[in-house]
Write a protein of this length. Structure first.
Length: 214
């Protein structure tokens, strides 16, 4: 005997439970809290930049740090919004901030070419690798938080969501690491600090889609 439509619908929904809707403000607050914990941990473990403690501010370092923070905030907003798919919604605003931050590696590469082989000395490479590793590790807490948030939602493009989540986490990570890194050179900042964002973005693009399938 065929079931009536009402009986079939009742059977399908009998085990459903209400789900608390995702709120953009909550997602942003959690991401900022994770970033704040990261900053406190980095400064607490390694200390604040010596020149800041002495009251000296380098313009290049301030601009670079501000660009990374701006990129982190813009990308985080995009990730949180992506978890709530809506018809006609646009998640591309973070790209403008990324384009501005992209001037840093471009400037770093140009200056490195002009300077020549001296920019690739073992000591500079070692310091750069340390910043790359430190910034990547500093991004992990925000990265984990954003992945968990995406798992609660339903992003229509997991690949893009993973990429942007990685960019947001990497930008927050290198922002935190920059509070300790004593180097103000554009080559170091443009190449090694930016490499953190590129690396975590690619990592997110590869890993996150496997974790948020729905």
């Amino acid at each position: 005997m065929q079931k009536s439509s009402d009986a079939l619908i009742a059977e399908l929904v009998s085990e459903l439970e209400p789900v608390r809707p995702l709120r953009v403000g909550e997602g942003l607050a959690l991401a900022l809290a994770a970033a704040g914990v990261t900053v406190v941990a980095v400064v607490g473990l390694f200390g604040l930049r010596a020149e800041w403690l002495a009251g000296h501010l380098d313009p290049m370092q301030l601009v670079a740090t501000g660009l990374f923070l701006g990129l982190a905030l813009a990308a985080t907003v995009a990730v949180v919004v992506m978890s709530r798919p809506q018809v006609g919604s646009d998640h591309g605003g973070w790209r403008w901030t990324a384009a501005m931050a992209g001037l840093l590696p471009l400037a770093g590469a140009i200056v490195a070419v002009v300077r020549g082989a001296g920019t690739m000395s073992p000591e500079l490479m070692r310091h750069g690798a340390e910043c790359l590793a430190g910034g990547t590790v500093s991004s992990l807490l925000v990265f984990a938080l954003l992945v968990l948030w995406l798992r609660r939602g339903a992003p229509t493009s997991p690949e893009r969501a993973g990429l942007v989540a990685g960019v947001a986490a990497g930008a927050f990570g290198i922002f935190a690491a920059s509070l300790h890194c004593p180097d103000n050179d554009i080559v170091h900042i443009g190449l090694w600090h930016s490499a953190v964002v590129v690396a975590t973005g690619l990592l997110g693009r590869v890993i996150v889609p496997r974790l948020i399938r729905w």
